[in-house]
Ligand binder design. Structure first.
Ligand SMILES: [Zn+2]
Length: 328
């Protein structure tokens, strides 16, 4: 049976050799990619989907200067060898859907021209931070994996228009999502999210899918808060952060000479209400954003978006729409 398929493959390639730039070897029960494929050095598009391949084949390296689209969905791939992925630097489309991949190697950063990455329905437990190097990416599909977190470096992919991470185990989205200014479609349905990250409502999304999460609900309740006592470190940090805002201040001029302190203060944030800075102590709040009114979307529903306030003093001020989050 295998011989029959190899014969067929060889004949297909004899016919194509030097002429065609695409080759369809889908649904041929292929377990091992025939070595003669390496002679097709003009090949741009290769379909190897719906076979029984177990690893990204090293034979692909011979096509590294020409291959731009590679379809390997519906195979039995468990491993993505670093040496092979590193060599496929001209890929624009990589489709690995419906396999059993647990891990993408950091060497994926070599695919600097990649625009579409799809690893739907695999067994990924994490994605490498090096994904942030793929700044040409416009679409990522990581639906139906076992991801419990996403790297913040993902937001370096500023050309991203579609991000699908539905049906994973995400408990939060990293902060800084505002960097994805071109994002049009976000699918986070079927995760364990409780809030959307800070400033989420500033994204100009066209489509948002978020059903099946664990979002906080708006059930106001009375609570008594003890007076807040800030640590000396927090008080000092707030003072320095505040002073640093003034170009003429001594703090602003001296800070560049203290790189450790500068690095520490880089985690500083500012109050959503009074805009005063803080470092490591804040009041965790949400604001319920109307998809229609605030985000110009069709849905009339509201979503909880994370917001940080500097103090209970701010929280207790009248006339704002921030709610402190209670855990039960
Ligand atoms: Zn404040």
């Amino acid at each position: 049976m295998l011989l029959l398929h190899l014969d067929m493959t060889k004949s297909v390639m004899r016919a194509l050799y030097g002429k065609s730039t695409s080759l369809n070897l889908s649904s041929r029960k292929i377990k091992v990619v025939p070595t003669c494929i390496s002679r097709l050095t003009n090949l741009k598009i290769l379909l190897l989907n719906n076979n029984s391949i177990s690893s990204l084949p090293a034979e692909l390296l011979a096509l590294q200067h020409s291959l731009t689209k590679l379809y390997l969905y519906s195979n039995r791939i468990t491993a993505v060898p670093p040496d092979v992925i590193r060599g496929l630097q001209n890929l624009v489309v990589l489709n690995l859907n419906h396999n059993q991949i647990q891990r993408l190697p950091p060497e994926i950063k070599s695919l600097s021209r990649l625009r579409h990455l799809s690893v739907l329905d695999n067994k990924l437990e994490e994605v490498p931070v090096e994904l942030g190097h793929l700044t040409s990416l416009t679409e990522i599909n990581l639906t139906s994996n076992n991801l419990s977190w996403l790297p913040q470096q993902l937001y370096q992919c500023k050309e991203l228009t579609k991000l699908h991470v539905a049906r994973n185990k995400l408990t939060c989205l990293p902060e800084g999502i505002g960097a994805l200014a071109k994002l049009q479609v976000l699918d986070v349905a079927g995760n364990k999210l409780s809030v959307f990250p800070v400033e989420f409502h500033l994204l100009a999304l066209g489509e948002l899918y978020y059903e099946g999460n664990r979002f906080v609900r708006c059930e106001p309740m009375a609570s008594v808060r003890d007076a807040q006592v800030l640590t000396l470190k927090e008080l000092a940090a707030r003072f320095v952060l505040r002073e640093d805002r003034y170009r003429s201040s001594r703090v602003h001029m001296m800070l560049p000479h203290y790189p450790t302190l500068t690095a520490l203060l880089a985690d500083g944030n500012c109050c959503a209400l009074c805009l005063d800075p803080f470092l490591a102590t804040w009041v965790e709040c949400v604001r319920f954003i109307s998809l229609k009114k605030d985000m110009k979307m069709r849905s009339s529903k509201t979503i909880p978006v994370r917001a940080l306030l500097c103090s209970y003093k701010c929280l207790n001020t009248d006339g704002h729409s921030y709610y402190a989050v209670a855990t039960r």
